[in-house]
Ligand binder design. Structure first.
Ligand code: BES
Ligand code: MN
Ligand code: ZN
Length: 495
């Protein structure tokens, strides 16, 4: 979707449809809509009254207008009440409105910078982000592609003086959404195509386009570095593992150095502790953390972020075979820690352990943040729409929670209760990779924390929201690309 910013009256912008917002508190039509209504001789007000349109969130209606308008379809989309989360309401209203315009066959859509509560820049960001995310489709593997698609989005700045703000906001919204699209595509595509080698190829392409540094370590190089935990997981698979290291360096002086790590299990069968058919069905999504890292690394150069960011992915499958690791095996992580395998299905923490060791040794970041579809327990605790946040540093946790909230992605902090460490004590090694059923999301977090050392570290367990089985306001069921917008907000703050 091409995004451009124009200024002028809504009724005059050349487009197939114009999308305009209405808040639930509006007693009369807001200025932009009122002007359109006068132009339409009161037909908009009449339709809204007849349908008892109240501007509720998710409510959309439309009418067709004849000559004298830039657009022949007018879509009105509900913004909800002004007391509700402002930016998220704009995102959702834009998504619903532009989806309606698309379904009416519009290829060029004029979008009002919705609402009036936020600064124009933020409204433009939210509106474009919502429009692009809300029209996501994944039909790469279908013979029949949807014919209806919005090709051009004309964001309408009501006031010429706001054009710059609107342009900047719209661009950011577009870049955030593009990063999220990339993540969604990678996750939705099946594991027979998205194997570690393919993930590395995509990383190389992102590096080329964004002028990032990239290193891809093959199995033997990982072995030389002593990544026994990561390579242990890879042992059961025919697919060669890849350890991917992307680096974004800002043009000016970097404000800080951050490592972001994404769990990259391209398929999680469980290994010899094989999952049930039901448990395995969606496990192509076990690389959602890695996909988020790639979406973020693609976006950072376009945002001109001032933080040096290292993106790390230890990519492998988790498969059962004659060469797979067994329960009771003992692996040695890069920092020398020995790990007894209590369950081969607790593989994510093994790959993350070596990625964190690598970061601590070769990058020495000021902060490390990992994203992982790590535990079913986190889904039980927080449900399908909320990530679990864990951290060894409360300031980092607080800033990430604030970023998640601003981005419209839900995250909730869970405690790292030190006493629970006894749950993954091993009789024969330093640690066991499982900590039993109780507090499973917490014990997994505690396990990873062991490898963060003294570096401020945070962990997002995205097992719930990474992949959903119902359509949502900002996208269809399937991959959501969660994590991309939270971390982009965090890493490009003030930009
Ligand atoms: N990838 C799964 C976690 C998961 C489960 C993600 C459901 C999304 C939805 C992870 O590797 C796993 O299998 N975790 C086990 C850990 C257990 C064996 C300690 C789990 O949560 O059951
Ligand atoms: Mn698993
Ligand atoms: Zn897994």
């Amino acid at each position: 979707m091409k995004v451009e910013v124009v200024s002028g009256a809504l009724g005059e912008v050349k487009a197939d449809a114009v999308v305009v917002g209405m808040s639930a508190d509006d007693k009369k039509l807001p200025a932009g809509l009122a002007a359109l209504d006068r132009q339409a001789s009161g037909r908009i007000a009449a339709v809204l009254a007849a349908e008892k349109f109240q501007g509720k969130p998710g409510a959309v209606t439309h009418l067709h207008v004849a000559d004298g308008f830039g657009a022949s379809r007018i879509v009105v989309t509900g913004l909800g009440s002004r007391t509700e989360m402002a930016a998220e309401m704009v995102r959702r209203a834009a998504a619903a409105g532009v989806r309606r315009a698309r379904d009416l066959g519009a290829r060029t859509v004029a979008l009002d910078v919705l609402g009036d509560r936020l600064p124009a820049r933020e409204r433009a960001h939210a509106a474009v982000e919502g429009a692009v995310l809300g029209t996501y489709v994944f039909d790469r593997y279908k013979r029949e592609k949807s014919e209806k698609a919005v090709e051009t989005l004309r964001v309408v700045a009501p006031d010429r003086r706001q054009t710059r703000e609107v342009t900047e906001g719209a661009r950011r919204g577009e870049v955030f959404a593009e990063g999220t699209w990339l993540a969604r595509d990678l996750i939705n595509a099946p594991a027979n195509d998205v194997h570690p080698t393919y993930v590395a190829e995509v990383a190389r392409q992102i590096a080329r386009e964004g002028k990032l540094k990239i290193k891809v370590l093959e199995r033997d190089e990982c072995a030389k570095l002593g990544m026994g935990a990561f390579l242990g997981v890879a042992k059961g698979s025919e697919q060669p593992p890849k350890f991917i290291h992307l680096t974004y360096t800002p043009s000016g002086r970097a404000t800080k150095r951050v490592a972001i790590v994404g769990k990259g299990i391209t398929f999680d069968s469980g290994g010899l502790d094989l999952k049930s058919a039901e448990g395995m069905a969606r496990m192509k999504n076990d690389m959602s953390g890695a996909a988020a890292v790639l979406g973020i690394m693609k976006a950072l150069p376009k945002l001109g972020a001032r933080v040096e960011v290292h993106g790390l992915i230890a990519a492998t499958e988790n498969m059962p075979s004659g060469s797979a690791i067994r329960p009771g095996d003992i692996l040695r992580a890069m920092n020398g820690t020995t790990i007894e395998i209590g369950n081969t299905d607790a593989e994510g923490r093994l790959t993350l352990a070596d990625a964190l060791c690598y970061a601590a040794k070769f990058i020495e970041p000021q902060e490390m943040i990992d994203m992982a579809t790590l535990t079913g327990a986190c889904v039980v605790a927080l449900g399908a729409l909320c990530s679990g946040l864990f951290a060894n540093d409360q300031r980092l946790a607080d800033r990430l929670l604030a970023s998640a909230r601003a981005a419209g992605e839900r995250a909730w902090q869970l405690p790292l209760i030190d006493e629970y460490k006894e749950q993954f004590k091993s009789d024969v090694a330093d640690l066991n990779n499982t900590g039993g059923r109780n507090g499973g999301a917490i014990t997994a977090g505690l396990f990873i924390k062991e490898f963060a050392g003294t570096i401020p570290w945070a962990h997002l367990d995205i097992a719930g929201p990474a992949f959903i089985d119902k359509d949502s306001p900002l996208g269809p069921k399937g991959a959501t690309g969660v994590g991309v917008r939270t971390l982009l907000t965090y890493l490009s703050d003030g930009k």
